[in-house]
Ligand binder design. Structure first.
Ligand SMILES: [Mn+2]
Length: 363
């Protein structure tokens, strides 16, 4: 087999991708070649990067002749990402929310599990138990902090990268099958990877590394239709979604003296605006446009818990705040978590603990 050392050298020198090396790539391909029933999983409430890396891996497995591959999701992706889902054969997609036992059976019967865009099994929600008891070999492709590498035969874990989709791009480029030519990627695979990188960087607004732009350039040269992707992710939403955004920014947004902005969305408002999964994706970034704001928190009432998204400006750690006070974590400037308190107590909680955080931990 020929391995392309130009690519290996490029990603090594431009980024910080120690895991993309010859022995890891060889081990990755060997596991796939051996597998008869590979299963791909990603985190619950899949976003563009989760779906992008998942769908791309699905098509790469197809290229390698893995006809019996399956994608197992905890829940279905939001509507604006259905164009990615639609490139897969419907019988290869199993969704735990719809058919729990089929999803668990698929994981139990898998002889290889590819884990994409999450650092711990619990991020897959209802798939956690099946993953933990699976004896199959596992491969990790992820860009979050601190994964447990002992759970995986092969792990690609890099944090100095835009997205799991970009990481998967460089992994695939280093394989003999793709041979460092983006035009060798199946076109559905390339579109999915470009989507994941574009959504996780918020269209090149954050987490852009030298390798990110090289990837974008190579993808455009290979004919990936970026206009189509941008239209799908930006211009296919409902009128309700835009009105909900207006309501949140005008009526819900509060800013504390510590430079923390927060919005708390209760069930009643979600019903009033007929909110669909994924509708508020990205809204948490908006308050960072305010000069005095260093961190933005979005709290949403969701089945029995309060889901928390946190974004911060450079120099303030969303990840540390999420770990300390919101039972979560993530990336340095983009993290998430949850609260198990009544919605009526969330404002007081956020005010109290972000005050402690900003005055005692961020000084
Ligand atoms: Mn991601």
């Amino acid at each position: 087999m020929q391995y392309n050392f130009v690519i290996l050298h490029l990603v090594k020198s431009a980024g910080n991708m120690n895991d993309i090396n010859r022995s890891n790539i060889e081990a990755f391909l060997k596991l796939i070649e051996k597998a008869e029933r590979p299963v791909i999983v990603t985190h619950a409430k899949p976003d563009g990067d989760a779906m992008g890396s998942t769908v791309a891996m699905y098509h790469f497995l197809g290229l390698l002749g893995k006809e019996r591959r399956k994608v197992v999701l905890n829940d279905r992706c939001p509507g604006y990402l259905r164009y990615l889902e639609a490139t897969m054969s419907a019988q290869d997609l199993v969704i735990h929310n719809d058919t729990p036992s089929d999803a668990e059976d698929a994981i139990a019967q898998a002889d290889l599990v590819l884990c994409l865009d999450f650092h711990a099994f619990h991020r897959t929600r209802n798939l956690e138990t099946a993953l933990a008891s699976s004896k199959a070999a596992k491969i990790l492709v992820d860009h979050h902090l601190d994964p447990d590498r002992s759970l995986y035969e092969v792990s690609f874990s890099e944090t100095a990268i835009s997205s799991a989709s970009e990481l998967l791009y460089w992994i695939l480029m280093a394989t003999p099958q793709i041979d460092s030519k983006a035009e060798n990627l199946p076109s559905e695979c390339a579109t999915a990877l470009m989507t994941g990188m574009t959504t996780d960087t918020n269209n090149f607004n954050n987490s852009v590394y030298p390798t990110t732009l090289i990837m974008a350039s190579q993808m455009l040269a290979a004919g990936v239709d970026r206009d189509f992707i941008l239209q799908k992710i930006n211009q296919e939403h409902s009128e309700n979604r835009l009105r909900l955004k207006g309501f949140m920014l005008k009526d819900l947004l509060k800013v504390t003296d510590d430079g923390v902005a927060f919005m708390i969305l209760d069930k009643e408002a979600q019903l009033r605006y007929n909110m669909q999964e994924g509708d508020t994706e990205g809204f948490v970034n908006e308050p960072l446009s305010i000069a005095d704001v260093r961190m933005s928190i979005y709290a949403r009432e969701d089945k029995g818990e309060i889901r928390i998204s946190i974004r911060s400006k450079k120099g303030t750690s969303a990840n540390r705040c999420a770990r300390l006070f919101f039972d979560g974590g993530g990336h340095e400037n983009a993290a998430g978590g949850k609260l198990l308190i009544p919605i009526g107590e969330v404002e007081e909680y956020i005010r109290k603990y972000t005050h402690i955080y900003m005055t005692e931990y961020e000084k």
